[in-house]
Ligand binder design. Sequence first.
Ligand SMILES: Cc1cc2nc3c(=O)[nH]c(=O)nc-3n(C[C@H](O)[C@H](O)[C@H](O)COP(=O)(O)OP(=O)(O)OC[C@H]3O[C@@H](n4cnc5c(N)ncnc54)[C@H](O)[C@@H]3O)c2cc1C
Length: 587
Amino acid sequence: MAIVRRKFDAVIVGAGGAGMRAALQLSEAGLKVAVLSKVFPTRSHTVAAQGGIAAALGNVTEDNWHWHMYDTVKGSDYLGDQDAIEFMCRQASEVVYELEHYGMPFDRLENGKIYQRPFGGQSQNFGGAQATRSCAAADRTGHAMLHTLYQRNVQANTQFFVEWMGLDLIRDEEGDVCGVTALDIETGEVMALQARATLFATGGGARIFSASTNAFINTGDGLAMSARAGVPLEDMEFWQFHPTGVYGVGVLISEAVRGEGGYLLNKDGERFMERYAPNAKDLASRDVVSRALTTEIKEGRGCGRDADYLLLKLDHLGADVIKTRLPGIREIAIKFAHADPIHDPIPVVPTAHYMMGGIPTNFYGQVVAPYKTGPEEVVQGFYAVGECACVSVHGGNRLGTNSLLDILVFGRAAGNRMIEDLKKNRHHKHLPADASDKALARLSRLNDQKDGESVAQVGDLLRKTMQTYCGVFRFPDMLKQGVEKIGEVAERAMRTEIKDKSRVFNTARVEALELENLVEVAVATMVSAEARTESRGAHARDDFPDRDDDKWLKHTLYFREGQRLDYKPVRLKPLTVESFPPKARTY
Ligand SMILES: Cc1cc2nc3c(=O)[nH]c(=O)nc-3n(C[C@H](O)[C@H](O)[C@H](O)COP(=O)(O)OP(=O)(O)OC[C@H]3O[C@@H](n4cnc5c(N)ncnc54)[C@H](O)[C@@H]3O)c2cc1C
């Protein structure tokens, strides 16, 4: 069926920090760029980032990028690719200063320099004393950053398609990418956006879990579009559970609270992190702290009637620090936990937060996948950055404040790479005749389905299944059953019906399409998790409690077709410095 087509030099799906950083690079170079977003750009999830951006500026304690690199490699439980990690940590100071010059309103120290706070897993001198590395604007760093980037993009004439949803990637018969199909959410119109370069910056997908810090729009659309187009997904078993989500609702209480001096207590009033991480205590890496909380609850030391949460205490910081450095946290605690942290501790539980895996890329943002002739090749015309991509700098576990850094460094790198590639690829490739067939078929199935189940019901089941069968600790029988159960959910999702077709702005339709995407992400996660028979980073198996470097120092690749898995080695060789060989990881 013929649909409207529009041509751009580059199309970017996603207007969070990653998409906007890349867009800025392209627009400033005079290219014609379209940026699509399901929501108004400044409502992207980057806006919710609280704690900060990591960069070894050394404004508070002595620091350098090499120490930052060591911490990131160790934090990743040695699954991160060390060349990409070096690339990121070396550029950190530069991208932060660049942002400062764009007008980002960082907090300041007395001497006028950018304010920095300590975060988990940050050390001086390769594992020594706590470092102070996270550059912050109170507890609203992402908000400040996203608005800064949006304003710069407006100035550079980036063209935004607001409330547009990318549906499917368009690949031609050679496998090259030539654009996306997209839905105008308000009118229901479907369009093909043709481009010489297509970048996915669609953010995370932690909405596959029922307890999640993520925005409702974080449904892993970019991953699902890639998987449907034959691109594998990397390391999908690795999901970060943040130790401190508000009990019962999941809203995030930033690690900045512990960075500023807050700590965790069990029902006996004990600072239990001292037992699990004698040195770093409450500022151990997130996977370590989340497992500690889960163990405390499991062993009966949780608080409350059902002994199912722990307490985060910060009243000793004093009202002034709380009001100036953590004003947003205080607001969240009062609204969602009915606790004013100036007087009362906040009830918390581990909550799904961040996706370490994603679309496989190199550190120029180019998507690398089996293609044409080789097993690892750059897919022509296709790029991915931000949380939806797997570079991989976070490996098995991301350190706090390394994600805002990731989106700046790789957003810029991808933008630069696209500019170079566009100079060479001067002509648009022909759109295949069936470019929009897949997307239209999915939409017409939804329109025509009768007597189907409700999207909300199947969505609930999906989230509960993931939470129960693939949470902080993973059990052998549960993983096996989980694969079957999520398979059943996937089948049911193909028979959902939009119950209330009268709802405005096609919201119901968008939710149904998002459910299909969540299914792709959930199945990839469950299948990859069941196969990895070791514990590494955020993937903690009850039956294989140890890391197994002989067998598993490798990345998982999940192929949607036949739910097949393949593996590729971790890149242990950095760009210029010595490698950090795997060793036991303690905090
Ligand atoms: C509550 C919270 C606090 C955090 N705090 C920190 C922190 O302090 N420091 C840190 O480093 N990291 C933090 N993180 C992680 C970090 O914020 C994110 O990983 C990062 O901001 C992701 O940026 P992004 O640009 O990749 O995606 P996002 O900011 O999530 O943007 C995704 C974009 O894609 C668009 N999109 C998605 N699907 C489609 C589609 N199908 N069609 C069109 N558009 C689409 C969305 O509309 C949106 O514009 C936090 C995360 C959360 C949830």
